[in-house]
Design a protein around this ligand. Structure first.
Ligand SMILES: [Zn+2]
Length: 215
């Protein structure tokens, strides 16, 4: 079985490794540094498991070598080789998913994004003040769309659970057959690329998508 990790796992690993690089800049005691290395390796193992020897070897390097910025970048690039890229849906598939939107504006994702960074695909249509979010849940493509406030402020994002530059997202969902609508929403990162880099647990993403759909 070929070794694989998910994008959110990669971002978790990256955060741990960069925190360790930070520690090297501030801590000089070798025993403390070795302990930090070992804790970091354990944390990574905890999230990626023990199934793949190639990944276990890579985790071992985290606790084995002196971590400087250069070596850290090499280690992270090696981890990235194992990431399962997000499968970006075709424009036709997105148009079907967001069928309520007559003229769906779909950016050229292939030019702009590294699919290995993505746990979900999110983009803004500033002209319409709309945000579109799509992700796979149990291999099914799901999507939510809604109004994105123009105002951006520092705050907590309901998707990535980080402090970030957030805007109020309000999904418009029909609640009755008589055509009345309810609006449910939350504050989320305006920039979905950044949000993906901060997303380390997809449960929060699925929870958010379910909550705003009012199901
Ligand atoms: Zn976020």
């Amino acid at each position: 079985m070929e070794a694989k990790i998910q994008p959110y796992q990669y971002h978790f690993i990256k955060k741990q490794v960069l925190t360790l690089v930070e520690a090297y800049q501030h801590v000089s005691d070798l025993t403390t540094l070795q302990a930090l290395q070992s804790i970091t390796a354990d944390r990574i193992h905890e999230i990626v498991g023990h199934d793949y020897p190639e990944i276990a070897n890579l985790i071992h390097t985290v606790s084995d070598i002196t971590l400087r910025k250069n070596t850290a970048n090499t280690i992270l690039a090696n981890f990235k080789d194992f990431v399962i890229p997000f499968e970006i849906p075709s424009k036709a598939r997105l148009s079907k998913l967001f069928a309520k939107t007559k003229k769906l504006t779909v950016p050229d994702f292939a030019q702009q994004l590294d699919p290995r960074d993505l746990s979900y695909l999110g983009w803004n249509d500033p002209g319409q003040q709309q945000k579109f979010i799509t992700a796979y849940h149990d291999d099914t493509l799901i999507g939510v769309q809604g109004h994105l406030a123009t105002k951006t402020q520092p705050g907590f994002c309901a998707i990535c659970q980080h402090h970030s530059e957030v805007s109020l997202f309000l999904a418009t969902t029909p609640i009755n057959y008589d055509g009345t609508y309810t609006k449910k929403g939350d504050y989320i990162c305006r920039d979905s690329v950044r949000c993906n880099q901060q997303l380390m647990d997809p449960l929060n993403l699925w929870q958010f998508m379910e909550n705003v759909q009012n199901k």
